[in-house]
Write a protein that binds this ligand. Structure first.
Ligand SMILES: CC(C)(COP(=O)(O)OP(=O)(O)OC[C@H]1O[C@@H](n2cnc3c(N)ncnc32)[C@H](O)[C@@H]1OP(=O)(O)O)[C@@H](O)C(=O)NCCC(=O)NCCS
Length: 233
């Protein structure tokens, strides 16, 4: 009986298997090449979008800011609006000459806002010129508004991330420090900032040092990197 295969049979079988393996390898290579081709098309498109995106954004903001300028109560010569600027009730905003307003500004001009010549405003200003009426007929406030104009003088420099509440006047030549909340009138030439930070308490030093010593640093949202916190040492 043919319980045992002959040497020739085995060689033949082996050759067949080799052939099969070659076929599988060729198929895998073709699949990999296809995937690479697909990926390079996807990458090309993503790269093109990444290259174009800032230009498209810039074009969009330039157009939007041109429209904004036209909608203002008044706007002097040489004003420069950069990036995303939101002005509500822009017809109540008056701007002098050579005024710069930077990216991320949010100005609500309901109560009227005036900005003098040569005033430069850094990123992320928040300015309001009205409040809700919390003393009226509804909670937390009713549907009436309390308008309080904001006046910013000439030659003022407003640092990054300033907040200006309704009703304040900022004098000529003043400087508003980074992150300042302007809650009252600022005299001319004053340089202002809010109070120094208050230390609330301290971290537990031994706990801190133990984690630092073992190199236990969290990843995104503090999630362990791989399956352990310990990644460096
Ligand atoms: C307000 C500012 C102009 C002051 O600069 P400066 O004259 O060099 O002041 P100093 O760094 O000498 O600081 C003087 C004191 O003011 C404090 N101070 C400075 N800036 C402050 C701010 N923005 N808020 C609160 N306190 C501030 C300092 O802590 C220091 O306090 P101390 O005397 O108790 O130590 C500056 O700190 C600032 O905020 N610049 C704006 C930066 C910005 O937004 N740039 C964007 C590009 S337009």
């Amino acid at each position: 009986m043919d319980e045992y295969k002959t040497k020739e049979q085995l060689i033949e079988e082996l050759a067949g298997m080799r052939q099969q393996i070659k076929g599988l390898e060729a198929a895998a290579t073709a699949q990999r090449e296809n995937k690479q081709r697909e990926m390079s098309v996807v990458n090309f498109i993503i790269n093109q979008i990444a290259v174009l995106e800032p230009h498209l954004k810039q074009m969009y903001y330039d157009y939007k800011n041109k429209m904004l300028r036209k909608s203002l109560k008044s706007c002097g010569q040489g004003c420069y609006f950069h990036g995303s600027i939101t002005v509500l009730y822009s017809e109540r905003l008056s701007i002098g000459n050579n005024v710069h307003i930077n990216d991320g500004a949010f100005i609500n001009a309901t109560g009227g806002v005036t900005i003098g010549d040569n005033t430069h405003i850094s990123r992320n200003l928040t300015l309001y010129s009205y409040s809700h009426n919390y003393g009226g007929k509804a909670l937390p406030y009713d549907n009436t508004t309390i308008e309080k104009p904001v006046v910013i003088g000439k030659n003022v420099w407003i640092g990054m991330g300033a907040n200006i509440i309704p009703g304040v006047t900022i004098g000529d030549g003043a400087i508003i420090g980074l992150g300042t909340v302007v809650t009252r009138d600022i005299p001319p030439l004053a340089i202002v900032g809010n109070q120094p930070p208050r230390i609330i308490k301290y971290r537990d030093e031994a706990h801190y040092e133990a984690l630092e010593e073992s190199g236990a640093y969290g990843g995104i949202n503090g999630v362990p990197i791989k399956d352990k916190y310990v990644i460096m040492k």
